[in-house]
Design a protein around this ligand. Sequence first.
Ligand SMILES: CC(C)(COP(=O)(O)OP(=O)(O)OC[C@H]1O[C@@H](n2cnc3c(N)ncnc32)[C@H](O)[C@@H]1OP(=O)(O)O)[C@@H](O)C(=O)NCCC(=O)NCCS
Length: 170
Amino acid sequence: MNIRPARVGDVAAIYELIRKFADRKVMIRRSLGELYESIREFLVAVDDEEGRVVGCVALHVFWEDLAELKCLAVAEEAQRAGVGRMLVDACWEQARELEINSVFALTYAVGFFERCGYGQMDKADLPHKIWNECVRCPLFPNCTEVALIRSHKPASKAVEAVDALALAPV
Ligand SMILES: CC(C)(COP(=O)(O)OP(=O)(O)OC[C@H]1O[C@@H](n2cnc3c(N)ncnc32)[C@H](O)[C@@H]1OP(=O)(O)O)[C@@H](O)C(=O)NCCC(=O)NCCS
């Protein structure tokens, strides 16, 4: 399995991966336009033998010390083989290279993220800016997604970073 930055030629495959899970309401649907515009935020997992994209993830930088891991999807037939973890770990490496200390995710796949070193946090402590995207979700405002965070600093520092972002001008 090869994890690499996404290319525009991967957009159709990323779109399909996300669409399938969005139909089941476990992810937010993304348009092709959105994917092209944010393609530089994406990493993909490519099957070495078939050269096929079997997974994707995006890292969206929010502020000085905080990023969101989003759009994580692994094709059903490739699940439970470590691909999701590889993508999440690669995102974390990318965040650290950018000198970002905290990465959060909003997800229903709580057990998976906990296996990847993320801990649950109170959703209400996340910056209001994140709700811009949530209002587009069919489940809003009754969603039961859980917020999880991984932080290089002690948890208190991560919360300070989130608080600073909440107070910062948009
Ligand atoms: C969640 C998802 C990305 C996991 O991908 P995956 O490639 O199957 O995960 P991995 O094989 O890397 O699993 C890593 C660990 O998590 C565990 N795990 C995987 N899915 C899990 C789940 N749904 N619940 C609990 N644990 C899970 C694995 O057993 C493994 O445990 P280990 O540490 O004992 O080896 C994949 O199921 C998926 O695409 N789901 C649909 C979309 C989605 O929910 N995305 C998240 C939105 S942010």
